[in-house]
Design a protein around this ligand. Structure first.
Ligand code: BES
Ligand code: MN
Ligand code: ZN
Length: 514
């Protein structure tokens, strides 16, 4: 794993293979460039004036053998308009430049990306974002390549430099690096689970992955089919009927807070492959339905990072997991099932299965007296139509949770956008024969799915996050290769961090060794 450390030191002294300098719109370098030797400055002045480095956001210019520098490479990173720079932009640039450096064969680099003035953000926020960018940008999923490309000269260290900053907050900065790495590890763990194909990522596999997280203050219980039958999770069992693989019901308990403090419950849809069941899906992109367990992956990523960060709160995780297939015992349109909380459900479309397995999971979570419930699910195609891949949808019964999620989304750029849950929408899921039906018609599909879920949270404060459009990305971006994105992990960790403290220990060391 790559080394990421904080360092001071002027440009002239750098011994790394590469120096990374920000350049702002209008071809302006940041103050740190003044610490370069005169011949370097003269070269850069000329280069920037006459050539391509304009400072536009996202532009990366790799220069070799710049006069006056020990470093063989100098990378100019366009950060755009100075007043528009945000930690998220630094995160994306950091990811992009890290990948570029890795490809160039550089083994070490000094990043001066934190050397920009951001009016509305702290230095820590920038350092954390830059750190996340490095670890998220280097993420790959190669385990199914029989001959993976081997990088014989991997980038092994990045020094994030903070030269032109006051140094008194050094410990906080170090914690920001540590926090960024833990957050990224949670996101990357979630991506790994999401990218795993349906033939290996089965409900049993998700249970095993959850058990890997087990520790002194993180208990994991994995219920098999017999235990699920005994507990009465009949909606989960109904969806599982068409599959030859056993379902799992996974419960995680992280204790970082006081023993009498009610936990925040995090519930994740763990559908390891969704063919739609008897209401079978069309074949186009059906392969992507291996990602239908990304809600579960989000919850597991959050638990991994919350535990590493020693977050001072209690968390309850609940993951129902099964496939949705078409075996001869499969549940059928018209079937009526009774969920864990006794609500009867008329199944009108077996492809609306996510809400069924979540019904049992939410009812179970509500029974544990949590202080609030947040669920994550790739629940509706309608959500992809409404918001595309830029934001997850959030719907709930308690505005303060939604407001806090919106803020966390802005801060992390792992964004959510609210949809209303007016009383009138509830009528769309009325059934003439059972308590409710599992589809609400074409209109407002994401909202009526949330209305369905709302029937299972009892009187708990609750928010539902539909990650159908954000959980995976088949185009790829600066921050993520094609595949699972880990959507919701950064969002929720930030949400929790702003409500509860964490206890990140950093090693005692000399402040900012030059
Ligand atoms: N997992 C799908 C939702 C989905 C579809 C996520 C495409 C991402 C991309 C879910 O189980 C589903 O099939 N939902 C149906 C519900 C409908 C039958 C009411 C949908 O959205 O079409
Ligand atoms: Mn479905
Ligand atoms: Zn589904």
């Amino acid at each position: 794993m790559i080394d990421i450390t904080l360092q001071a030191g002027t440009v002239a002294k750098r011994r790394e293979d590469a120096i990374v300098l920000p350049i702002m719109a209008g071809r302006k370098l940041t103050p740190v460039a003044d610490s370069a030797p005169d011949e370097t400055k003269a070269f850069l002045k000329n280069f920037i004036r006459r050539f391509d480095a304009s400072g536009d956001f996202g532009e990366i210019t790799l220069l070799y053998a710049v006069p006056g520098l020990h470093a063989y490479r100098l990378v100019l990173v366009g950060v755009g308009e100075e007043r528009c720079i945000t930690p998220d932009k630094l995160r994306r640039l950091s990811a992009k430049v890290t990948r570029k450096l890795e490809a160039s064969g550089a083994r070490s680099a000094a990043f001066y990306l934190a050397d920009v003035e951001l009016r509305h953000y702290t230095v820590e926020a920038c350092i954390q974002a830059i750190t996340e960018g490095i670890d998220l940008g280097l993420y790959t999923f190669n385990r199914y390549k029989s001959k993976p490309k081997e990088n014989t000269h991997p980038l092994h260290s990045v020094h994030i430099t903070v030269t032109s900053r006051p140094r008194k907050e050094y410990t906080q900065w170090q914690q920001a690096v540590a926090r960024g790495r833990m957050v990224a590890a949670g996101v990357n763990f979630s991506r790994d689970l999401g990218n795993e194909p349906g033939n290996t990522c089965t409900p049993e596999f998700i249970g095993e992955q959850a058990l890997l997280l087990q520790d002194e203050n993180l208990q994991v219980e994995v219920m098999d089919k017999a235990a699920i039958e005994a507990a009465g999770f009949r909606a989960l069992l109904a969806v599982n009927q068409g599959s030859a693989k056993e379902p799992r019901f996974i419960v995680l308990r992280y204790c970082g807070g006081a023993s009498d403090e009610a936990p925040i419950a995090l519930v994740g849809k763990g559908l390891t492959f969704d063919a739609g069941g008897i209401s079978i899906k069309p074949p186009q992109k059906m392969d992507e339905m291996k990602f239908d367990m990304c809600g579960a992956a989000t919850v597991l990523g959050i638990f991994k990072a919350a535990h590493a960060m020693k977050l001072k709160t209690n968390l309850l995780g609940v993951i129902p997991s099964t496939e949705n297939l078409l075996g001869s015992a499969a549940f059928k349109p018209g079937d009526i099932i009774t969920a864990y909380n006794g609500t009867s459900i008329e199944v009108l479309n077996t492809d609306a299965e996510g809400r069924l397995i979540l019904a049992d999971a939410l009812a179970y979570a509500a029974e544990q007296d949590p202080c609030e419930i947040i669920d994550f699910a790739t629940l509706t195609g309608a959500c992809v139509i409404a918001l595309g891949s830029q934001a997850s949808a959030v719907v709930g019964n308690h505005q303060p949770i939604i407001n806090r999620l919106l803020k966390a989304g802005e801060r992390t750029h792992d964004r959510v956008w609210p949809l209303p849950m007016y009383e009138e929408y509830q009528e769309q899921i009325n059934s003439h024969i059972a308590d409710i039906q599992n589809i609400g018609g074409r209109e407002a599909g994401t909202i009526t799915a949330a209305c369905f879920l709302s029937r299972f949270v009892a009187n708990c404060h609750w928010a539902h996050i539909d990650i159908a459009g954000t959980a995976w990305d088949m185009k790829g971006s600066d921050l993520a290769v094609k595949g699972a994105t880990g959507a919701g992990v950064r969002l929720t960790l930030d949400y929790l961090m702003h409500r509860f403290e964490s206890d990140i220990a950093v090693e005692e060391s000399e402040p900012l060794d030059e």
